[in-house]
Unconditional design. Structure first.
Lengths: 472, 101
């Protein structure tokens, strides 16, 4: 055994010592080659990933350095302990893609997906390779809290299987929301939809207690049109710069600097995000080709990233209305340490609300406001792991205070992060956590089974309606 | 030059796949095409005035009727050439119809 470990160290240690960016250049290029991607394309992807990792580290450093003094003054003057900087999704995705474990979890889930298709347990081929990072993040979090690779992989497979099943359950609803025919193959295994079971509980309660509120639903597209650029990324950066600057008693010049810095960092996060999506693209195509060859032309649904329903105006109207609500909640929520910034437009929250409520905008907003604390707590819980990983990437300037942390306020899969925390701690042998983790996993599974039954009833109604229409 | 606007949720993933695919394929077919990728929620009537074609992933409610042609480009994301081909053909036809071929 020690011989194997020595051999592995001899191979991998020099690679790891190179640092995350060069290491991932090499690893991504090799994995792409294994999936028969052309060498030049594989290398192009590897280089793009290394550049994206380097760039995102630089921008995190800029943002955290610019805001450090103001945030410390903000805490002192307001007494509000919101010390975690919310960077939004792009830096977290990059940090997660900076870990070789992400590629390992990707390979595991490609195999799980193909096995489920072959066994007829799903009809979805997931081609959204990039978004494996949500699930990998849960895995990394479980490991951070103490789980070994075996336990982590089992947890990742458990959640991953439910995600794939969920994509089948949601398929008819997507057709309904898109006014698309049954032949439309679009569905998704995106992690944000794993909040559907919890949202459905509230939706059923809404049916009983507040059904009259539905009549106040408004024209979401008209609201979005009125908001215009005021809801854009750079505008949000400006607001937060002014908000933090004023409450931390900065001068006018400093407030302008904070605002413009936050604005350009938020714009750059998205821009750099597009680089590393492009970096994974050759591998995504290679894996899709690999899977298609093995499935011998079987027709099936295609798992995409969530935004094929981004054309539904309710997603953006709810996100716009929830932004100030989240800011208020963040200020008063016990246990929360995140000041919403990069994740304040809650794209990781509203698509699931749309699917469960089928576009009832008032329900989306009310249920969204109720569930937002889960996201804030999960973001707070993840902050130490995110910060530590970012430091390993060299994303933290040396002058920053040791207590400075980074995270994401509305990252997909808050419940799964709590599971990772419990499973990770349980793996260290603490009896209390073993009990909590077991109970939490059972509860998670049971509520998913209940949700699946509800969705099957919904899907039967869709099928009956289609059959009735065809008979006319 | 024929200008295309692609759009998705964050303006970085699906829309960039569509942008890259359209630029590559239309380039291969001999057309001078430039595509941009944005968030759906950032699209305004003024922005669309700068483009010749709008290619969302699926039906999109912008709160106004686009004055330029709209082609659903979702099938490009399936990563299967046979399914993407009809989208490319429609885009090529739109370029020809615009007189910018």
């Amino acid at each position: 055994m020690s011989g194997i470990i020595s051999f592995a160290n001899a191979i991998f240690k020099p690679l790891i010592d190179l640092g995350a960016a060069p290491m991932m250049l090499i690893v991504l290029t090799i994995i792409a080659l294994i999936f028969r991607v052309k060498f030049s394309k594989a290398l192009e992807g590897g280089i793009k990933l290394a550049i994206a990792l380097t760039a995102i580290s630089a921008v995190i450093g800029l943002l955290t350095t610019a805001f450090q003094d103001a945030l410390n003054a903000f805490v002192k003057s307001t007494g509000i302990q919101l010390s975690v900087t919310d960077l939004g999704w792009a830096p977290l995705a990059t940090i997660t893609w900076g870990s070789p474990y992400t590629l390992f979890f990707l390979l595991v889930m490609v195999i799980v997906n193909i096995v489920m298709i072959v066994l007829n347990k799903t009809n979805t081929l997931d081609v959204d390779i990039f978004d494996i990072w949500h699930l990998a993040f849960v895995g990394l979090l479980a490991m951070f809290f103490g789980a070994n690779l075996l336990i982590t992989t089992i947890l990742v497979i458990f959640i991953g299987v439910l995600k794939i099943i969920n994509s089948d359950l949601m398929k008819p609803t997507f057709n309904d929301l898109l006014h698309a025919p049954a032949s439309n193959p679009m569905t998704t295994t995106h992690m944000n939809y794993m909040m559907n079971p919890i949202i459905m509980v509230f939706d059923k309660l809404f049916d009983v207690i507040f059904p009259w509120l539905d009549k106040f639903d408004f024209d979401a597209a008209a609201l979005n049109k009125k908001i215009g650029f005021w809801g854009s990324k750079f505008a949000i950066g400006i607001y937060l710069g002014i908000f933090i600057g004023l409450l931390s008693h900065q001068g006018v010049k400093e407030i302008f600097t904070l605002s413009f810095t936050a604005a350009f960092c938020l714009e750059l996060f998205s821009l750099i995000g597009s680089w590393f999506i492009a970096a994974v693209e050759p591998l995504s195509q290679g894996i899709t080709d690999f899977a298609n060859k093995r499935l011998k032309g079987r027709t099936m649904n295609v798992g995409l990233d969530w935004p094929f329903i981004a054309g539904r105006a309710e997603i953006w109207a709810a996100a716009n209305v929830l932004a100030p609500i989240m800011l208020l909640e963040a200020l008063v929520l016990p246990g929360n340490k995140i000041l919403p910034l990069g994740g304040i437009i809650a794209m990781g929250v509203t698509p699931a609300l749309l699917v469960v409520t089928r576009g009832k905008i008032i329900r989306m907003i009310v249920i969204g406001a109720i569930e937002l604390p889960l996201f804030l707590w999960a973001g707070t819980l993840s902050a130490p792991m995110v910060t530590e990983t970012a430091k390993k990437l060299g994303a933290f300037p040396k002058g920053l205070a040791s207590g400075t942390m980074i995270s994401h306020s509305t990252m997909e899969g808050p419940i799964e992060k709590f599971l990772a925390y419990l499973v990770g701690n349980a793996s260290t042998g603490q009896i209390k956590f073993i009990l909590y983790a077991a109970l939490a996993l059972v509860a998670y599974l049971l509520i998913f089974i209940w949700y699946a039954q509800q969705m099957k009833k919904r899907n039967k109604v869709y099928a009956d309606e289609a059959a009735a229409k065809a008979a006319k | 030059m024929f200008k295309i606007l692609a759009a998705c949720g964050a303006g970085v993933n699906s829309s960039h796949q569509i942008k890259d695919a359209l630029e590559t394929e239309m380039g291969n077919r001999g057309y001078d095409v430039q595509a941009d990728a944005v968030m759906v929620k950032d699209i305004t009537e003024d922005m669309l005035d700068n483009y010749d074609l709008f290619t969302p992933i699926a039906a999109t409610d912008l709160g106004f009727e686009p004055k330029i042609p709209v082609i659903d480009a979702g099938p490009i994301l399936y990563r299967m050439p046979a399914l993407a081909a009809p989208v490319y053909d429609q885009v090529e036809q739109a370029i020809k119809d615009s007189g910018k071929a």
